[in-house]
Design a protein. Structure first.
Lengths: 97, 172
């Protein structure tokens, strides 16, 4: 990889991807739990999730639990692969030092 | 878009921190309902045994209830995700039962006190295992298809079990 993935490169999105990567494959996490884990605001997290979803790195599922809306997010396979490539790109830079 | 090595190192640290924090939170979320459930069962079982020493049979009722309730909890957790129903949980229960059966067959305890000692030893081993985060590592280990298990976790498990057996031997 010559250039870093511009979608993942943003620090907040990088943390978001890392948090999702730590979950088992196919595991979803609720928006509110993700927000608590990352310490981000609703708007900020929502915007980053939409950006990552447009890139095909995340899948969003919206449903209702009773009358309350519930948004769940999960890392897709391309997202996992892109994140791993980005991490190896960073490791290469550190190793070249 | 050039990245300096210091920036790359800082980003890797952030990634590691975020991954660890997320994995810990996930571990708490998955295991805490089970720990609360089995804590309540433990209190009930030993509460009854405290008043009636010959009440070991209460465990015959409590343990199946606990396993059923654990399945129910696990099912609720997997329903909210897109993962399949907890084959890891079912495998764990089977392995634990086989282990208990094998130990009881070999050691053949003859009194309630001995059985109690064994149960206490298992409980302490399990709680130490969870406290040190090794269970979480094991969980990830299974989920990521044998991707990684820190050598430290293996060492902690070995020490925990060895200490438990030594204590058991000393008390007997």
């Amino acid at each position: 990889m010559e250039q870093p993935d511009p979608v993942i490169h943003q620090p907040a999105r990088l943390k978001l991807m890392a948090a999702l990567k730590a979950l088992p494959a196919r595991e979803q996490i609720e928006f509110m739990r993700l927000k608590a884990t990352l310490g981000m605001t609703d708007g900020n997290l929502g915007a980053h999730i939409v950006t990552l979803e447009r890139a095909g790195y995340l899948e969003i599922e919206k449903s209702f639990v009773g009358k309350k809306p519930c948004t769940r997010v999960r890392l897709t396979k391309p997202g996992r692969r892109a994140f791993e490539q980005y991490v190896s790109f960073l490791r290469d830079i550190v190793d070249q030092e | 878009m050039a990245i300096r090595p210091e920036e790359a190192a800082a980003a890797l640290r952030d990634i590691e921190h975020a991954e660890r924090h997320s994995a810990v939170m996930y571990g708490y979320r998955r295991t805490s309902p089970h720990l609360i459930l089995w804590g309540a069962i433990w209190i009930a079982g030993y509460g009854v045994s405290f008043f009636r020493l010959d009440a070991w049979a209460v465990w015959l009722g409590l343990v199946p209830i606990g396993i059923g309730a654990s399945f129910w909890i696990d099912r609720g957790q997997t329903k909210s995700s897109r993962r399949g129903f907890g084959w890891q949980y079912a495998t764990t229960v089977v392995v634990i039962f086989l282990f208990i059966f094998a130990v009881l067959s070999i050691l053949n305890p003859t009194s309630d006190a001995q059985v109690g000692l064994l149960l206490r030893f298992w409980w302490r081993s399990a709680t130490r295992f969870l406290e040190c985060g090794a269970a979480q590592c094991a969980w990830q280990f299974l989920d990521s298809r044998l991707e990684r298990l820190p050598p430290a976790a293996i060492s902690v498990c070995r020490n925990t079990f060895c200490c438990g057996w030594r204590e058991l031997g000393a008390e007997r």
